[in-house]
Design a protein around this ligand. Sequence first.
Ligand SMILES: Cc1ncc(COP(=O)(O)O)c(C=O)c1O
Length: 399
Amino acid sequence: MPTLGPMGAAASHSQPHATADPAPSWQRPLAQALAGQAASARRRLGGLDPQLLDLASNDYLGLSRYPAVVAAAQAAATREGVGSGASRLVCGSRPVHAELEQSLAEWLGRERVLLFPSGFQANLAAVGALADRHSLVLADRLIHHSLLTGVRASGARLQRFRHNNLAQLESLLGAARRTQPDQRLLVLAESLYSMEGTSADVPALAAICARHGAALLLDEAHALGVLGPGGRGLGHGEPGIALLCGTFGKAFGSGGAFLAGDGLVMEWLLQFSGPFRYTTALAPPLAAGALAALQHMQAQELAGQPTGPALLEQARRWRQALATAGWPQPPGEGPILPLLVGDDQRALDLQQRLERAGLLAVAIRPPTVPPGGARLRLVLRADLPPGTLERLLHALGSP
Ligand SMILES: Cc1ncc(COP(=O)(O)O)c(C=O)c1O
């Protein structure tokens, strides 16, 4: 089996380097890009060490192993098959898809919902619906890669605004409107930023977009299930959102994603969106797992114990405890608590210190974050055992 050589290029044991021809020209940029890359990406492909307590994943409510979610996925696999076998418009649709779309639309108070196999695809589709090569897209500096890929695919022009800086956004929108009054404008933001832990001021954002006639695409991937009323996200009840993206791979404990919006934009997606039409439909067990997770969230709310508030209260305690112990207080309010340490090696050392104590939290370094912005990304889950905070503080030691 080929192995990765020191430059990351594939090398074969039967053909030693010394006699090999120079790499073909198509390989050179790949080898150059790989030179000096850390080995951590490759190591992580080995998977989560089951001995470590997970303080790294986005399974915020612990639903990926929740018995009702697992049972629903198993039953769907038995009934419908593991895979859907075709795209939604050929013969991949199942009753569980329609039921999940309908339930989400009602839960969120949006006209219509369409499912996607992943959030990456949903974001590609969303940008494609709201922008084209004549558009200007204004995106928060920390927006997810899938949205940027969508902008590139749409051919639209991209301008970035500083993270959560609505004054700068407003001034860019004003300037754009003055220069080209009829131009189609699109604003991209997230309600909980995954590496930062911070949130957008969604009502203010929507008001600015409305003032300038810009469409707003809000990615609620990390917020749904946790933030907003009953976990409905920060965009809940906000009419000025053209499209809302949610994913099932995080608080829903499953996989896949959806877009929600009004009838017009959703009909456009159904009729014209390549990322919706030309892909195998969301696997039935994932759709059934997501539906069970949604039903769990709704039942919790009915029982007067909505998902989210307890986790947010716990997040407040963790933030305070970290600050009291002398660590920089993690920004934001949600379950993502980045410990901003700046230096790459320091972040790695902290990760290793935690690992020795049986805890998994991942050091996030450039280029995922800006240079000098290395951090240990701590993630809270609703199902962590008692005493986890004390264990974490002990493992971190003194700053
Ligand atoms: C903000 C955000 N949007 C979209 C995605 C993509 O979702 P998926 O994992 O379902 O492709 C992610 C990450 O996974 C994300 O963090």
